[in-house]
Design a protein. Structure first.
Length: 284
């Protein structure tokens, strides 16, 4: 006879915990891969050097991508071009998704192998969230095979087929300007912060460089890059820190080298933008 669970049994069920798994896949030139379950974690505005391609498995995620607010859920694909500023967080509870971060060079190689000739244009995704349940399911299955580290070519072939299908259905080729409203003053500020990322430089110096007030600097920089000067600086430091971690530097040394106040501040900032800790990223 079927017995219903008692209220006390339901109450005893353990709460869902946030979990992430991160690894680098040698079959795809060391491509970063991640599976994650988040409950309360919210990503701060950030961008990746490479493409970010993923599929939602459960729940809803809301994200601001280049200043536009969008929602995605099961059946949706998440297609972020390199250097596109975006954030993300849960909608009413748990969301689970899977991501890969293929480089532009890797995507070129895959597409050139299919076409049998060199590409003269840059691959990109015109839309960042698309509803394609069949392809989202194929991506999830290929990602599961990669995560299981299956021997042979099964996982590799599955993901290659998905990447080709993604660009066939949703990709484009050609220049894609990221920052349509960038003027020379904000470009100078961005370049200066890029090359002096480890230094503690205040808004006064940056405003002087741009020839405007501090308040105008913040507004103009956000309009140009969809991020504040301070958030851009943190992102730049995280990007440099990631390269140092991959080379094997300890997180404490990386924090100091990249200008963070201490290791705790570094760890918190890194996870807010990457979804994992520096130690997880370093282990890969």
């Amino acid at each position: 006879m079927h017995m219903l669970s008692s209220p006390s049994a339901v109450l005893r069920q353990p709460p869902i915990r946030e979990q992430t798994r991160f690894w680098r896949d040698a079959r795809f030139s060391g491509m970063d891969c991640m599976s994650a379950t988040f409950v309360t974690h919210r990503f701060s505005p950030h961008a990746h050097e490479h493409f970010g391609i993923g599929a939602m498995e459960a729940g809803l995620k809301i994200a601001t991508i280049r200043g536009c607010r969008q929602m995605c859920g099961p059946g949706d694909l998440y297609l972020i071009n390199p250097e596109e500023i975006h954030d993300g967080g849960p909608v009413d509870g748990v969301y689970r998704y899977r991501m890969i971060y293929p480089s532009v060079a890797l995507m070129r190689e895959v597409l050139e192998e299919r076409g049998g000739r060199a590409l003269t244009a840059t691959p990109n995704f015109p839309s960042q969230i698309v509803h394609d349940p069949d392809l989202a399911q194929a991506f999830t299955l290929a990602h599961l095979l990669m995560e299981a580290r299956t021997t042979g070519m099964e996982g590799e072939e599955a993901m290659l087929s998905v990447l080709l299908a993604l660009f066939t259905r949703h990709g484009a080729f050609g220049p894609r300007p990221l920052y349509a409203h960038t003027g020379p003053a904000m470009a100078r500020v961005r370049d200066y912060r890029h090359s002096h990322f480890a230094e503690d430089i205040g808004l006064d110096r940056l405003a002087q460089l741009a020839g405007c007030s501090r308040a105008h600097l913040i507004r103009a920089f956000r309009a140009a890059y969809h991020i504040t000067p301070h958030a851009y600086l943190t992102l730049r430091r995280i990007r440099e820190a990631g390269a140092m971690l991959v080379r094997g530097m300890p997180p404490a040394e990386v924090a100091f080298a990249c200008g963070f106040a201490d290791q705790a501040h570094f760890t918190r900032s890194f996870k807010q933008r990457m979804g994992i800790t520096p130690a997880q990223f370093r282990r890969g």
